[in-house]
Design a protein around this ligand. Structure first.
Ligand code: SF4
Length: 428
């Protein structure tokens, strides 16, 4: 049976309102967020039909190739002046577990990653107290000086706002400084749900929706692309999720600066708002069905303008991540090497995925792997079947990745990197 006939057959079992919405999507009609809300509760045949529709649109919009990037995360400090209720990663500056990696250590990690084939470092961290506003600029300069070919993907809108505030300059001026120091793109994290009511409840004092949009739009205008994210499965409603996607779509239509959309399941285990029972009605992350529906809806709403819907294997685990490739996704993210934020929250899916493992997952899903750069440019093409002459990456040859990269837990106990307020880096 062809894909079109499979969808047609599946749609016959779906009730009229949902069926009509999906048929319109297949005809290329833009999905309004109000209609998307009706898809959020899809289960059984409706969920199958939704997934098949998303998969068909994925094939049209992004083809059969699935990308991955060889990168390393460097979460250089967990010391933070804020106390977002969902965040299990941050520590107050007096905590025995607060750490700070100085420039030398960040550069060492970047060079090590490059020697193992990485093309990107992803640098994000807490908002350390006591630093000066140029701390992020100096980090970019140091990485770029040591490893000019590495793409620096760094600093959430919240960090950009923090740095600009400390430096006493506008967001635009600060982003220009970062760009001139070697920044290549920004993660679109700190978005959570772009709805100020939700934000006030889960992270009072965090960057507002308007400020997040301002940083992202300004970055795009300066030629700095960003990713985009949604953290879901906590207190938000279906309507708030869908309005978030609609907002991202409207920004993308005007700037074209988003490289991809990455849904991020809320990991509840160690989250303060779960452990301490801080919020009434808090859910322990999305269910499996909700995750599938969200990815599929993201393809329906964003695929035409974003093209790339990325799966976070750190949040979903390898098995669910692979299945999501059949529900609208066309990218598996990065090798990571280190991961602290989801690990601290109790995600439990590890911090490293070897390139050969990513390729195996992709091929096993019936798709073709491609190693890509941060801007989704193809760097290495692979065939649909593994060949004997397929070069093994240096990363694949690592006997003990955990030993080589270290863990978040060890980092919080390593006296060499203990955070001291008085020794927080400041401009001389
Ligand atoms: S989410 Fe970011 S800003 Fe909020 S407490 Fe955690 S590290 Fe700090």
């Amino acid at each position: 049976m062809t894909a079109a006939r499979t969808i047609e057959a599946c749609l016959r079992d779906v009730e009229r309102p949902v069926r009509t919405i999906l048929e319109r999507c297949l005809e290329g009609v833009e999905l309004p967020w109000e209609d998307a809300v009706a898809l959020c509760g899809a289960r059984g045949p409706a969920l199958h039909a939704l997934s098949l529709t998303a998969d068909a649109l994925r094939a049209l919009q992004a083809g059969d190739r699935v990308g991955y990037v060889v990168n390393r995360n460097i979460n250089f400090t967990n010391a933070c002046v804020k106390a977002c209720k969902f965040c299990a990663f941050a520590r107050g500056h007096r905590s025995e577990e607060a750490y700070f990696l100085g420039e030398d250590e960040v550069v060492r990690r970047a060079l090590e990653a490059q020697s193992l084939g990485a093309t990107e470092v992803c640098v994000q961290a807490g908002l350390a107290p006591g630093v000066d506003g140029r701390v992020y600029v100096r980090l970019c300069r140091a990485i770029k000086a040591a490893a000019p070919a590495l793409h620096i993907h760094a600093f959430s809108p919240e960090e950009v706002k923090y740095g600009a505030g400390l430096a006493g300059v506008s967001i635009a001026a600060y982003l220009e400084e970062l760009r001139d120091a070697g920044l290549g793109s920004l993660p679109g994290t700190s978005a959570e749900v772009l709805d100020d009511d939700v934000r006030r409840r889960i992270a009072p004092g965090r960057i507002t929706t308007a400020e997040w949009i301002d940083v992202v739009r300004t970055a795009h205008a300066l030629g700095l692309p960003t990713t985009s994210t949604l953290m879901y499965g906590h207190i938000e409603t279906d309507a708030q999720r869908m309005r978030h996607l609609d907002l991202l779509r409207s920004i993308q239509k005007s700037t074209g600066g988003f490289t991809e959309f990455v849904p991020l399941s809320f990991v509840h285990h160690e989250s303060p708002m779960h452990r301490k029972g801080l919020l009434e009605g808090l859910r322990p992350g999305p269910t499996g069905n909700e995750v599938i529906a969200l990815y599929a809806i993201a393809r329906l709403m964003l695929g035409a303008t974003f093209r790339n819907i990325q799966v976070s294997w750190v949040k979903e685990g390898a098995r669910q991540a692979q299945w999501l490739l059949a529900c609208g996704a066309n990218d598996l993210g990065g090798t990571l090497m280190n991961e602290s934020i989801s690990t601290a929250a109790g995600a439990g899916h590890g911090q490293f995925m070897a390139p050969s493992t990513l390729r195996r997952m992709i091929r096993d899903a019936g798709r073709t792997p491609v190693q890509r750069g941060t801007r989704y440019e193809a760097l290495r093409e692979f065939g649909p079947v593994e060949t004997s002459d397929e070069a093994r990456d240096a990363l694949d040859a690592l006997a003990d990745p955990d030993g080589a990269f270290g863990s978040y837990e060890l980092l919080t106990r390593d006296d060499r990197f203990r955070f001291h307020l008085k020794r927080a880096p400041r401009d001389a």
